[in-house]
Ligand binder design. Structure first.
Ligand SMILES: Nc1ncnc2c1ncn2[C@@H]1O[C@H](COP(=O)(O)OP(=O)(O)OP(=O)(O)O)[C@@H](O)[C@H]1O
Ligand SMILES: [Mg+2]
Length: 254
């Protein structure tokens, strides 16, 4: 596909994904879209834009960098909300492809999470595999192994990214007991630019856990970080499981 055609296809995908996500009143944990369109942008010709509501608060990346460790109940609540937002998209055959902490806003009281940034969203039509569907897009570390290998994306790519967000939330809430040295080595490996697909998978699909993490969280984390997309859980099921747990946390139940 020529470059202009590819940009045009990506913009059509983004528009189609935003429209579908907003249909029927949108979702409580997905940013509201106010409009989208094209602007002249020489020399390329045109650039697409999506205008969204501004969420008051801080993004999760900044929150994890600068704030105190989140309580496990908050990790459960945020995860339940993110899974629900993704389940909403996946039911409409949309894959977000850029789920990561900087694309998650926390409302001012830090009670709620809102998914933003539909710049890479793709609407899946089964059987249709254009170039835009197989692009290596997103952020290393959150990008699913199949996307890294430039294979056609599916909603399971978001399940992988969900797992990587959950992994960071759990590490911040209760870090596994590793030495500073092994942490530094793991970090150095993580930030190697464009490793081979096999190295990428060995780093990002290997899950270290803390025995004190809730068993259900560890199970979901492991399942989401699976190499094979078909082994990852549907986000609707994760939303239900984490949602029930979040309600139990609030009401003081088991
Ligand atoms: N609708 C919004 N409401 C509030 N803050 C926003 C909103 N959209 C973006 N931001 C802030 O701006 C930051 C970058 O925005 P955005 O994700 O659109 O840009 P980006 O170029 O994709 O950057 P990144 O690679 O970090 O995702 C976000 O991490 C967030 O802090
Ligand atoms: Mg972004």
């Amino acid at each position: 596909m020529a470059r202009d055609d590819l940009i045009g296809e990506l913009m059509r995908q983004q528009k189609s994904a935003v429209d579908a996500a907003q249909a029927g009143g949108g979702h409580a944990h997905i940013v509201a879209c106010l409009g989208h369109g094209l602007l002249p942008s020489p020399p390329e010709g045109h650039a697409g834009f999506v205008a969204t509501e501004m969420v008051r608060g801080v993004d999760l990346r900044r929150r994890l960098k600068t704030g105190s460790p989140p309580a496990m109940a908050l990790v459960t609540r945020w995860s339940a909300q993110l899974a629900a937002a993704l389940a909403h998209l996946h039911a409409r055959a949309i894959v977000h492809r850029d789920v990561k902490p900087s694309n998650l806003m926390l409302t001012t009281a830090e009670e709620d999470i809102v998914l933003i940034d539909f710049g890479l969203a793709y609407r899946i039509i089964e059987g249709k595999t254009d170039e835009a569907r197989s692009m290596r897009v997103g952020c290393a570390g959150f990008m699913a192994p199949e996307t890294y290998r430039e294979q056609p994306c599916d909603v399971a790519a978001d399940a992988f990214a969900f797992g990587q967000v959950l992994r960071r939330l759990l590490w911040h809430a209760r870090p596994p007991p590793f030495s500073a040295r092994s942490r530094a080595a793991a970090l150095a490996l993580k930030w190697t630019l464009l490793p081979s697909a096999a190295t990428y998978e060995s780093v990002h699909c290997t899950v270290f856990v803390h025995p004190a993490w809730p068993e259900a969280h560890t199970r979901t984390l492991r399942a989401c970080c699976e190499r094979q997309p078909e082994r990852r859980p549907p986000m609707a099921r994760v939303a239900e499981e984490f949602g029930q747990r979040a309600v139990a946390d609030r009401t003081g139940g088991a």
